[in-house]
Design a protein around this ligand. Sequence first.
Ligand SMILES: Nc1ncnc2c1ncn2[C@@H]1O[C@H](COP(=O)(O)OP(=O)(O)OP(=O)(O)O)[C@@H](O)[C@H]1O
Ligand SMILES: [Mg+2]
Length: 365
Amino acid sequence: MTEMDNGGAGQKAVEGAEQGMAAASGQLLVGIDLGTCRTIIMSNRGVEGVERSVVGYAKDIISQRVVGSEPLFGDQALAKRNFLDLCFPLCDGVIREASERDYVAASQLLEHMVDLAREENEEVEVSGIIGVPARASMMNKELLLGIAQGIMDTALVVSEPFMVAYALGKLSDCIIIDIGGGTIDICAMKGELPTAEDQVTIFKAGDYIDERLAAAISRRYPTAQVTKSVACKIKEAHAFVGEPVSPVRVTLRAEGKPVEFDVTRELRMVCESIVPDIVEQLQMLIQRFDPEVQETTLQNIVLAGGGSRIKGLDTMLAEQLREYGRVKVTCVDDPDYIGAGGALKLAMDVPTEQWKHIGVMFGGQ
Ligand SMILES: Nc1ncnc2c1ncn2[C@@H]1O[C@H](COP(=O)(O)OP(=O)(O)OP(=O)(O)O)[C@@H](O)[C@H]1O
Ligand SMILES: [Mg+2]
């Protein structure tokens, strides 16, 4: 799916920023959330684009006659998957380093996203901020910047949960938890740019839940045909932790026929499997705050990313930290766009000459 419109909830993130200046000077500013599952771009001209992070290439000369020789992106590629070799260039939130093909696909995906933000054949200077997992390595960041260099004039990489914090204006006494497809990124905000010690990346997120759910259902119901993608659909429709409000019954194919299965127990178990790691990291991060602000910070824990939609997760996290005193965990209203919105807001608030004080970048001199 490609959405392009003016407005939307994510656009709230850019309210108040000095939108006019850069637009008037012809510069195109973008915020990009290059995620394992989805890539989102937002621009200072009010454009929003979203695409599944997948690129498809015609399998052979025959399929080329149907889909053409150009790569297809996102849902368009998934819809024509029979004719295509699909490449998912991101893994655990960063560009796969396994092959040249991933590198090329990542760069084509990024270029496609930037194309969504500019007019056709428009010659315009493009400056943007791109989100990466909280603890992405310097090599990952440089790989991404290397790709962006061929597509943008200026680019800076920043940590994903920091972009969320910036969008919310929660720069101090706050902890952001961004639950994505590949990683859970946690960031402690202390009124300044977060350091490596303030940030954690956990490599068990949405994809991990999908894999475990497919395996758990197959174990209990050996005849049920459940792929990772079927499990993902079940999760997105019903994910929950804690006591179930009602049983989760889904129709799956078994020996070729549709059969209803109760997957309540399996779904609960796999969704809850990410909780202990999050709690452990929160306990570690909270101790590193000044003791005078720990109480305030515990009431300012924010969940973002697609995984923040797991029902009951906010309550369960607060419950598991109850020995720390009053704890409040809230979910952002717009988990999809908030990261890209924060990156755009930052790009609009800080002149490109000063981006070098925020993180690794190129251009902008
Ligand atoms: N209602 C839902 N309940 C549980 N999980 C959901 C729901 N909706 C989406 N998700 C999951 O959220 C994940 C995608 O979230 P998001 O778009 O934030 O990830 P991403 O930014 O692409 O990944 P990453 O940040 O790890 O690179 C997927 O695993 C998706 O299945
Ligand atoms: Mg993400």
